[in-house]
Design a protein around this ligand. Sequence first.
Ligand SMILES: [Zn+2]
Length: 291
Amino acid sequence: MKRLNTWLSNHKMKNLPTLIVLVIFIVFVIMLIAFLNHNDEDSSTIYITEDADMLTGPNATYPKIKSVSKGQNFHKIGESGKWIEIESNNGKEKGWIAGWHTNLNIAPDKTASAKPLKNKTIVLDPGHGGSDQGASSNTQKKSLEKVYTLKTAQELKTLLEKEGAHVKMTRETDEYVTLDERNLKGDAFISIHNDSLKSQKANGSTVYWFKKNQKALAETLNASIQKKALLSDRGARQQNYQVLRQTNVPAVLLELGYISNPTDENMIRDELHRKIVEQAVIDGLRSYFAE
Ligand SMILES: [Zn+2]
């Protein structure tokens, strides 16, 4: 101690507090360097080793942001389980990708199925048809509900088949089908409609359920549609519709906008907007069946 004191006074640092502050400062610098090194590791470049999807969250049920191709590279900014959070080199795009599509040597996740709709049978029921035209618009366009329910169902069928699902349609053409005949069996039943009211003001989408085992699907689909589509939110509601009442499978009736509202009518007629709604239905089904 005497020697230390002598050394300190020789170096004009007899003041103990100064020494403590110095030691704390050195420790801080060492920790800072360690922290920066750690961050460097996390933001290291990763390479995409096969075509894959960038999603909004760290598992397959999250909505897709975009496709990424083999050979692209990104900054790794985080991870959760086997999923890696990535950022484009210009920092403009951010999302999650399954680790097994990258050069990080991560084994594919067998428990969390990447395709929850694979081999599921989905019944699509385009409302109305033939002599029953359903609702219609009062604008010059004179849009008919039966036309857009069928278009939506056909487009949805294509998307579902890409997910590996089997699709049954209650009608494939402009024909009249009774409500009794629409009761096809599957893992889920989705009836597709457009609303209408005398007042042109009413607008938005509603997802109807009737039996208790239909409520969760209705709420999941409503949340998913609201996340993506421009239609305003009329919620998931209980209603005693025959197509819901007569089936025992999880079933919903989608009212995808008011054909009697000119703004909704334009969205119903617009292929791009329909695609957004349809992709939202796919996202909702994926998350429903992933649970
Ligand atoms: Zn209808």
